[in-house]
Design a protein around this ligand. Sequence first.
Ligand SMILES: C[S@@+](CC[C@H](N)C(=O)[O-])C[C@H]1O[C@@H](n2cnc3c(N)ncnc32)[C@H](O)[C@@H]1O
Length: 206
Amino acid sequence: MDSYQIIKTYIDRNLKGIDHLCDIGSGGVFNYSTGALAQITALDLFLDKKKKPSEGNILFIQGSALEIPFPDQTFDGVLLSMVLHHLTGESAAECQNNLKVALKEAHRVLKSGGGTCVVVESCLPPLIYGLESIMYPVTTCLIDAMLSHPATFLYSAGKIQNEMERLFGNCKMEKIPRGYWQLFLGFKVPTMLVPSFPHIFVSSKI
Ligand SMILES: C[S@@+](CC[C@H](N)C(=O)[O-])C[C@H]1O[C@@H](n2cnc3c(N)ncnc32)[C@H](O)[C@@H]1O
């Protein structure tokens, strides 16, 4: 899908120079050039049992973004691509706390002295984000009752940038242009009907 091809170019550009990457919430889907990295640890809550534990330079590991099963300062880079909005809880406050925990975990496993954290997320304009936070208990019930796709909680770009800035002391944010098509709650839909906009956030662990 065109939107994901555009996102790929942004991820590739920001993963340059990383040796060992932890791809958190990889889903076994790599929307970047895996061959450009020496080593990839692909972490996900769910593993495809039919897949081998490793494939070329990729090692598949089961584990949670909220409790990464690796010691401090293991990786040169971490990637959280389209994952943060899946770390939902019972309330908007619980989702927002999970965002903080996941970023703190990503920061912990990164090497200091230049480890890179790359986050890619579809973000809502601030007003819609505010509405989503208020409506969250109702919308999750509706989504759970009507769709097979799990309920998600999207953030505003400002919220993610603030959290990363607070944790790392720096965060470069870019809005990624959208293509004509993208996925929304598991459906392929024309981009103009979707209120979210992909962004990439990059922080360096000093
Ligand atoms: C939308 S997919 C993103 C896949 C891939 N990163 C991409 O960019 O296309 C979200 C992934 O996050 C994983 N996930 C959800 N909660 C997680 C958690 N607590 N820890 C690790 N992975 C999680 C899901 O299993 C799923 O594979």
